[in-house]
Ligand binder design. Structure first.
Ligand SMILES: [Zn+2]
Length: 248
């Protein structure tokens, strides 16, 4: 580590759960973020600040004024710019130590395995069940752990899936099929600060997974109620009949 890195990561280096070996793991890590939105943004900013050496941003959208209420990786002058470019620039501005790969495309069944292969972790903060199912399939196929966050109104949730369907539940053990009443944040609304809470928590779980600190949310679902300011963690069982990781 260079003298500048020792200064930059000083608050990690003094933590016994991270320290020099953990910081070296973060610097060597390669993390994919799907969706440069309300969750991907704060998660990406904290991962860049933490010194995650390689970050891939996958998104096909451009910055819109409605994003700025919660997507704090963007500023007013980014409106109209590609999200991958604007967020990629924000991450490198924050930490020139890291490399950002920008993938300006929508993740599909056809490109998911190629796009995600080689990463140590996948973060999914997208607003689409179709995309979440594709990401989950790729996570299982490639054996890459998946950190999944979701938001709506004043509520948020997060879980970590091991990437190995034999070891625990996958996303589709939780959501087997697309709910008939599925609604997006554009329809139901979301309070901006909630994206920061859950997005930062996705980054925290990523740091834990990479460094081995603590107990990740594998097989557990963390549920945050912003209106009541309460949270609870429930056990998430593996579903033997799961359409993605089940026996059939
Ligand atoms: Zn499953």
């Amino acid at each position: 580590m260079t003298p500048e890195q020792i200064s930059r990561y000083a608050r990690h280096l003094v933590l016994k759960e991270i320290g020099g070996p953990g910081q070296a793991k973060l610097l060597a890590a390669n993390i994919a973020i799907i969706g440069a939105g309300g969750l991907g943004g704060p998660a990406g900013l904290y991962l860049a600040a933490a010194g995650v050496g390689k970050i891939t941003i996958i998104d096909d959208d451009a910055v819109d004024i409605t994003n700025l209420q919660r997507q704090i990786q963007f500023v007013q002058t980014d409106i109209g710019a590609l999200k991958t470019e604007a967020m990629g620039g924000a991450l490198v501005d924050l930490n020139p130590d890291i490399t950002v790969r920008r993938e300006q495309m929508r993740l599909t069944d056809d490109n998911a395995a190629d796009l995600l292969r080689g990463h140590d972790l996948i973060l999914d903060g997208t607003d689409s069940f179709q995309t979440r199912f594709i990401v989950n399939d790729a996570s299982l196929y490639l054996g890459i752990p998946l950190i999944s966050g979701a938001l709506g109104r004043f509520d948020g949730q997060i879980s970590v899936f091991s990437g190995n369907g034999a070891d625990g539940p996958c996303y589709r053990c939780l959501v087997p099929s697309i709910p008939p009443d599925a609604q997006t944040c554009a329809q139901v609304g979301v309070v901006g600060a909630l994206a920061g809470i859950i997005g930062a928590q996705m980054a925290l779980e990523a740091v834990k997974m990479i460094t081995g600190a603590g107990a990740p949310l594998i097989g557990k679902l963390y549920l945050f109620d912003g209106l009541a300011a309460t949270a609870r963690t429930v056990t998430l069982p593996k579903d033997p009949a799961c359409p993605a990781c089940g026996a059939k």
